[in-house]
Each structure stands twice: as structure tokens, then as C-alpha cells.
Design a protein around this ligand. Structure first.
Ligand code: SF4
Length: 100
């Protein structure tokens, strides 16, 4: 399944998915896991690979990504791309999409 497709499904799912995700105790996403690595996930946006991802900007991070559903000010929160895991609010991956 492509990232774009997942993103579109997330938009369709809307607020109901956000409510259920935050109610479940979750583990932090390991940046070294194969799934995280495949998207270039880092737990600090400043560590993003600039050569591999030239479009990355320092202002981009999970907390202002469309796929992030953590509470404002929280250190981490759920991301619909990584079900069952928490991503760092200051993290980043190559699927980052500006929050609407
Ligand atoms: S940048 Fe967005 S898609 Fe990537 S891990 Fe963070 S919240 Fe998820």
C-alpha cells in the first residue's frame, strides 16, 4: 500500500480514529526498526538525512504533520502510518504532510 493511499484513508477515517488511538497504551517507535527506516523516520527532525531528503525543512516535525494525532505539547503521540506505536512530536519522516 502506498503512503499516499494510507494518507487518503486517514483523511477519510477522520476524528474517530484519533479517539481510539490515544486510548491505547503504546510503545515508542524505534527509529532503527525496518518500517521506520524505510520512511527515514528520526526522533529528532534535526537528524533527518538532508542528502536523502532534500525537501526536508527544519520546521517540519511530527507535531505539525497531518498524520500525527498526539495532544498539543505532548512529547510523543500516535501516527497513523505506524499503528500501535508512538512517534516523537519533534520527530520526522519522509511521509510528512503539512497539517491542514
Ligand atoms: S512526520 Fe508525520 S507521517 Fe512521519 S512519523 Fe511523523 S507524524 Fe508520522
Amino acid at each position: 500500500m502506498t503512503n499516499r493511499r494510507i494518507f487518503m484513508m486517514t483523511l477519510v477515517a477522520g476524528g474517530s480514529a484519533l479517539g481510539t488511538a490515544s486510548a491505547v497504551a503504546q510503545a515508542k517507535l524505534d527509529p532503527n526498526s525496518p518500517q521506520a527506516k524505510s520512511l527515514g523516520y528520526v526522533d529528532d527532525t534535526a537528524k533527518a538525512d538532508a542528502k536523502k531528503f532534500p525537501k526536508h525543512e527544519a520546521s517540519q516535525h511530527c507535531a505539525n504533520c497531518q498524520l500525527y494525532s498526539g495532544k498539543a505539547g505532548a512529547a510523543d503521540g500516535p501516527c497513523s502510518l505506524f499503528p500501535g506505536k508512538l512517534v516523537a512530536s519533534n520527530g520526522w519522516c519522509s511521509a510528512w504532510v503539512k497539517k491542514a
